[in-house]
Write a protein that binds this ligand. Structure first.
Ligand code: NAP
Length: 246
């Protein structure tokens, strides 16, 4: 059966690496992005150059109408989705909880949490109606377990919600043979840290990790791809830490 995957937030970082690895493994891939059209087009061009199949689709995944448009486009251009990677996420400048505004908290949660619910909803609806034993991987964070005090408790709490979503949905759809798992990356070299005001964050903190180095996007992509694959066929409702031993 044709494997059709959506990777949200795949214009760069972990999402881009995952989209490329999935394409190498024979998946037809939808590269979703929000703002960076050129970067998403480069990811698709790389995949096509390597003989894979991919499209890029702009959609703000925190917006339900845009998510519906995104999934309809996948239906029309690639076919019915079989695999979903919820990866799009944001991190905002470091601050203590007492300095967080409702506006920031709501933006964080709509981007990092509502989006995962909306994409799960559209994917599961299609998997159920087409009797597809599909798989979903939600990208959480090691922050879900540390709480990220003094830096970004809002981000950490949004990722805690993803762990709970993963468990709950996995149990809800397991009898349909749909698997739902998650990864918790930690200290991965991407541009996300610069967006939060500290481009060198991984190098500042890497020595606290048992493996004493930062992780690469390819290492996270490998974990995501394994959880999506038939090799993980008896694994559901599980979170896999990809965080150097912490
Ligand atoms: P990144 O380099 O900042 O990339 C984020 C991606 O998300 C971009 O492609 C961006 O697209 C997309 N995006 C953001 N808001 C979006 C929206 N509303 N709709 C659609 N796409 C949106 O991030 P990353 O470091 O690769 O992180 C990927 C995931 O891993 C995130 O969920 C993050 O929380 C998690 N994570 C990362 C680390 C780490 O150390 N890097 C650690 C733990 C967890 P545009 O640029 O086109 O807007």
């Amino acid at each position: 059966m044709k494997k059709i995957a959506l990777v949200t937030g795949a214009s760069r970082g972990i999402g881009a690496a995952t989209a490329k690895l999935l394409a190498d493994k024979g998946y037809s891939v939808c590269v979703n992005f929000n703002k960076n059209t050129k970067a998403a087009e480069r990811v698709v061009a790389d995949i096509l150059e390597n003989g894979g199949e991919a499209i890029s689709v702009q959609a703000d995944v925190s917006n339900e109408v845009e998510v519906e448009r995104l999934f309809n486009k996948i239906d029309d251009e690639l076919g019915t989705i079989t695999h979903l990677v919820n990866n799009a996420g944001i991190l905002m400048p470091q601050c203590k909880l007492i300095d967080l505004s409702a506006e920031r908290i709501n933006h964080m949660f709509s981007t990092n949490v509502t989006s995962y619910f909306l994409c799960c909803k559209q994917a599961v609806k299609r998997m159920l109606s087409h009797n597809i034993a599909g798989a979903i991987v939600n990208v959480s964070s090691g922050a879900a377990q540390t709480g990220s005090p003094n830096e970004y408790v809002d981000y950490a709490a949004s990722k805690g919600a993803i762990d709970t979503l993963t468990k709950g949905l996995a149990m809800e759809v397991a009898h349909h043979q749909i698997r739902v798992n998650g990864v918790r990356p930690g200290l991965i070299y991407t541009d996300m840290h610069a967006d939060a005001g500290e481009p060198d964050r991984v190098d500042r903190l890497k020595s606290v990790l048992p493996l004493q180095r930062g992780g690469t996007v390819e290492e996270v992509a490998q974990a995501i791809t394994w959880l999506l694959s038939d090799e993980a066929s008896f694994t559901t409702g599980t979170m896999l830490n990809v965080s150097g031993g912490r």
